[in-house]
Design a protein around this ligand. Structure first.
Ligand code: SIN
Length: 542
């Protein structure tokens, strides 16, 4: 089946829905989302939105903290744009109905939390469930909007660019590569539909599932990065994978984050012997930048042979903890950990991809007609390390900027109909009942995530990266040679994407012969500003 919309949005987190809601005043928008519409990383964001609102704060201080975290690679104009737009974007969320926690004190009524690397309290939050509060309001608004159609359980498998249009003999697009929408797999029926659109916006989130341990939900398989790369878009800085220092360590806890706000409220990291260790690593101690804290934990665990460290907040009053962190309190309690009394066992886990599809300040990628917003984009805000809670803000600011640009372009775009687009080759859909080889998917999936964790993790070496590259080449061959016989299936698409994104992370990591921000290589432990104070750009050679 072929659908035609003005604009196709891929992903239903804060980036996709903020964009769709604003653009729907001007155009018809399709939002495709590969599972339930609420199942986006946004929904799991605990911390909040960093915005300079406090009486002792300023845009300048927020800019400085962001630049410091980014370790020389932030684009300063982008940092200014994002930081200065913060209060307006927060106001819009409040107008939509998001209820942020209030302090009930002073001029600024919003309770402003603190997280690592911030020199002031500036995290606007809804207790420890900020993402959930935002996502629910955005989903409800999008569902009520007659100009937005949401397709759940629809996974974009590839972008439709010049090459596909050329297959159909569309002469009008022969001169220029352009994106005209995407092929999208309906996971329930197994059919692949053509979504033709004048503009396509990737808002597909991150790629935490490339790693064995991650704070991300299962949907974070790097789909946007993979389809953009396959279509020929430029990507950058994929070596900068942020590991969150404190994910809950428990055999029955999957991907559960212990927010940095716990350290912001006085939580301290201790080892199994009860010894606080962050003072040996950084003057900011437990509130140092995330890369520093994650590496410190990694070092301590390796030094003592421990499988986790602990985060202790039990010195704060029990009532305060239950009120400020209800989600963390209840989750830990359900696993037999009482955070008002017990230290919480934690380990670092892959959390946020700082690199992505390169965009300009209107969220445009290097392919005309293709935009990228949110975690799948590389705008220049995060540089080599993202400052905590800057990402929800970035998503809203770039959604706003992209809408401004799209609206200005729409009149022009409406004059060009998407060319006739060929359907997805029918052979690729195959017989969905033949699942006999699904074990190949599960096996390769497991190997890739373990390999990435062990060889391309928090601390890297040239040897491990080279071995990882070789292993991944083998795995890629196996997938290419054996898996096309398996009918097209969502898990296969995700495996191919995870494999490709893993390879791209390794390539970027091998390229950067220095240590900076989140990329730490024991063979190149120093920063090399002469050669490497720049983004590492990668694109498919055609
Ligand atoms: C957290 O709550 O620690 C996560 C916030 C973020 O990653 O920005």
């Amino acid at each position: 089946m072929e659908y035609r919309f003005d604009v196709l949005v891929i992903g239903s987190g804060i980036a996709g829905l903020s964009f769709a809601l604003k653009l729907a005043r001007h155009a018809r928008v399709a939002v495709v989302t590969k599972k339930d519409k609420l199942e986006a990383s946004t929904n799991y964001a605990q911390g909040g939105v960093a915005t300079a609102l406090g009486p002792d704060d300023s845009f300048q201080l927020h800019v400085e903290d962001t630049l410091k975290a980014g370790d020389g690679l932030c684009h300063e104009d982008v940092v200014e744009l994002v930081v200065r737009s913060g209060p307006d974007r927060i106001r819009e969320l409040i107008e939509l109905g998001v209820e942020f926690s209030r302090s009930g004190q002073g001029q600024v009524d919003y309770d402003l939390g603190r997280e690592g690397g911030h020199s002031r309290n500036r995290i606007v939050h809804a207790k420890d469930m900020t993402g959930r509060a935002i996502e629910r309001v955005l989903v409800a608004a999008a569902e009520a909007n007659p100009n937005i159609e949401i397709f759940e359980n629809h996974l974009a498998t590839d972008l439709i660019t010049r090459h596909e249009a050329l297959r159909a003999g569309a002469k009008a697009v022969r001169q220029q590569r352009r994106c005209w929408g995407a092929y999208v797999l309906n996971r329930e029926t197994g059919e692949v539909h053509t979504f033709a659109a004048r503009a396509t916006v990737l808002c597909s989130g991150g790629a935490g599932k490339v790693y064995l341990y991650t704070s991300n939900p299962d949907v974070a398989t790097g789909d946007g990065l993979a389809i953009a790369y396959r279509a020929g878009a430029q990507l950058a800085n994929l070596e900068f994978v942020q590991f969150h220092p404190t994910c809950l360590f428990h055999p029955h806890a999957k991907n559960f984050l212990i927010s940095e706000a716990v350290r912001g409220e006085g939580g301290r990291l201790i080892d199994r012997r009860g010894r606080a260790f962050m003072e040996h690593y950084h003057p900011l101690k437990d509130l140092a930048f995330r890369d520093v804290v994650a590496r410190a934990i990694d070092t301590e665990m390796k030094k003592w042979g421990d499988d986790c460290v602990f985060l202790d907040i039990s010195h704060r009053p029990a009532d305060f903890l239950r009120e400020r962190f209800p989600n963390i309190h209840d989750k830990c309690k359900s696993l037999g950990i009482d955070i008002t009394k017990d230290p919480i066992p934690v380990v670092p886990a892959a959390h946020y991809m700082c690199g992505g599809v390169i965009t300009d300040q209107s969220a445009r990628s290097s392919i005309p007609g293709l935009y990228a917003i949110g975690e799948c984009a590389c705008t220049g805000l995060h540089g080599a390390n993202r400052l905590a809670s800057n990402s929800l803000l970035e998503a809203m600011v770039y959604a706003h900027e992209a809408v401004r640009h799209c609206v200005a372009e729409l009149a022009d775009l409406r004059r060009q109909e998407p060319p006739e687009l060929p359907p997805w080759p029918a052979a690729a859909t195959g017989d969905r009942e033949n699942r006999s080889e699904m074990v190949l998917i599960a096996h390769n999936w497991d190997i890739i995530r373990r390999l990435m964790w062990n060889y391309v993790g928090i601390v890297r070496t040239d040897k491990r990266l080279t071995l990882a590259r070789n292993h991944m080449a083998q795995i890629t061959l196996e997938i290419e040679e054996h898996l096309p016989n398996i009918p097209l299936h969502g898990d296969l698409v995700e495996l191919q994407n995870v494999c490709l994104v893993g390879r791209l992370i390794i390539e970027c990591a091998l390229m950067r012969k220095e240590s900076r921000g989140l990329h730490y290589n024991l063979d190149h432990p120093q920063k090399d500003n002469e050669a490497w104070c720049r983004d590492s750009v990668i694109e498919q050679s055609s």
